[in-house]
Design a protein around this ligand. Structure first.
Ligand SMILES: [Zn+2]
Ligand SMILES: [Zn+2]
Length: 504
């Protein structure tokens, strides 16, 4: 139950930070600049005919919550019976039912996500041409669709090569394309807030390594409100936290759930719902895949039952996720133009085993950069820290938090402090990496290795030792008012729990 809650939460949080895709604009050609194709992240809605079935619409959520309501007092008092736990799991499952997959890793419903090719394509500086796809599908199916789209773009624009920018999950899909079809006709490759080395919240959950704690959740929620500039949300979470209500609720939900975990319920939940979707497995790192596979498909009988699905998952592991370094180094050797854009300075989803690691709020900085050395969140690399790999350049950040010398491309990786996942300021950097010959972290003093983003304005500037302090919101009058209300509720809840324990 605890792990299921954690996994569901991580999936919902991923959906909440979907990149916003700009539509391609009308325009002409004759620019001398090969077009840039942007392989989008996980997102978009699914429809069955004219009905949108995912993400869940209000009526689905309302009816699901209504089904769970009878179990709420038991949930809050930490006295859930097995039957009630099953009921809550089923309710959680109904969110995914409309986009369910079968045991072969193929769609089991009519829900589809459609992507229409743009009729007019403009390219060159300031332009990225979006490629979108059904993120549930086997990455090799998506790679074949990307191949067709690349041909379409070349045809439309009159160029014989393109640049690829893989954002978030799109970086994993892009690497699958490169593994399957190679580098012919590719001018350069950029991994942008990329999930090419897994997304820890999904990766750790699938490998049964996730953990859930109330302090981490509280920090993450407050951060979401700050980056979204939502004073009211910030006040709400601060007030809930200070009144002790977050911990009361979560302690209760999480207590008494051990039996369920030991009974294999979480592994079953993976097999019956989320784990049948090959796209989610594209977010599992090569490092975690063997453990995740063994956890979700623990016996030879179960492996046989899911043989069709496992063939897809094993292929992705063997040809893509276990070969990430090889694919990235291959891209540099073949095209000569690579760039990696990462974020840091933010809490990740509160479901990974270690919530003190640098991230862009969704993906860990060490994974986005493929290997940078990162101080724990809130800390530094230490006084007198010496760069791990000496290559004649300084690769340690001005705030002494990141050492890029251990990343796969130390001279071609940019780090944006508070570069929130899928921040919208990367276009200028993408333009330079693609269209300025030999552009690296030393080429332009406006775009050094370390940058900082102002969460309020979105403006990006070079990071210095002084300008990287986080934005902090003061909780206002609303917080104090809510806090008083929540404290009263907390007293009632404690009284309720006291009697619930006596009565059972
Ligand atoms: Zn052109
Ligand atoms: Zn260097």
């Amino acid at each position: 139950m605890k792990k299921t809650v954690a996994l569901l939460l991580s999936v919902l949080l991923l959906l909440a930070v979907l990149p916003v895709n700009a539509a391609a604009l009308d325009g002409g050609c004759d620019c001398g600049c090969a077009p840039v194709i942007h392989v989008s992240g996980l997102g978009g809605s699914f429809a069955d005919g004219d009905n949108v079935v995912f993400p869940p619409q209000t009526d689905t959520i309302v009816s699901a919550v209504a089904k769970a309501i009878p179990a709420t007092p038991a949930l809050l008092s930490g006295n859930l019976r097995t039957r009630q736990q099953e009921r809550i799991l089923q309710v959680a499952g109904t969110f995914f039912a409309p986009i369910a997959f079968d045991k072969n890793g193929e769609p089991a419903t009519n829900a589809r996500k459609t992507f229409t090719y743009p009729e007019e394509i403009s390219h060159g500086k300031g332009q990225m041409i979006d490629f979108d796809y059904d993120w549930r599908m086997d990455p090799f199916t998506v790679a074949a669709q990307l191949k067709d789209f690349i041909e379409y773009v070349k045809d439309k624009t009159g160029h014989d090569s393109v640049y690829l920018v893989g954002e978030s999950m799109g970086a994993a899909e892009m690497n699958t394309y490169l593994a399957a079809y190679g580098f012919d006709g590719i001018s350069g490759v950029i991994w942008y807030n990329g999930g090419h080395r897994g997304v820890a919240s999904c990766s750790d959950s699938f490998a049964d390594k996730n953990d859930f704690n109330e302090a981490a959740l509280s920090a993450f929620l407050k951060q979401l409100s700050v980056s979204g500039d939502q004073q009211f949300l910030y006040d709400l979470f601060v007030a809930l936290d200070k009144a002790g209500l977050l911990s009361t609720v979560f302690d209760s939900v999480l207590s008494g759930a051990d039996t369920l975990e030991q009974s294999g319920m979480f592994s079953r939940f993976l097999r019956e719902y989320i784990g049948r979707i090959p796209g989610f497995w594209a977010l599992v790192s090569g490092e975690n895949y063997p453990a995740a596979r063994a956890f979700a498909f623990p016996t030879p009988e179960i492996e046989a039952e899911y043989a069709g699905l496992l063939e897809k998952l094993d292929r992705y592991y063997n040809e893509v996720s276990s070969r990430t370094d090889e694919i990235m180094l291959g891209a540099k050797e073949a095209t000569g133009t690579v760039g990696v854009v990462c974020g840091y300075g933010e809490y990740g989803p509160p479901v990974t085993s270690d919530n003190t690691r640098q991230s862009d709020s969704v993906i860990l900085t060490v994974d986005e950069s493929n290997g940078a050395t990162c101080a724990p969140l809130g800390g530094t690399l230490g006084d007198g820290y010496v760069q791990k790999v000496s290559d004649g350049h300084n690769h340690v950040s001005p705030d002494n938090v990141i050492d890029a010398s251990t990343a796969i491309f130390p001279d071609n990786t940019w780090f944006v402090k508070y570069g929130h996942h899928s921040f919208s300021g990367a276009q200028a950097l993408v333009d330079r990496i693609c269209y300025v010959e030999g552009f690296d972290v030393f080429a332009d003093e406006a775009y050094p290795q370390y940058l900082v983003r102002d969460p309020a304005t979105g403006a990006i500037s070079p990071l210095t030792a002084d300008n990287g302090a986080g934005k902090t919101l003061e909780s206002g009058f609303t917080a104090k008012l809510l806090q008083a209300v929540f404290k009263v509720m907390n007293v009632f809840l404690k009284v309720y729990k006291f009697f619930a324990n006596i009565v059972k």
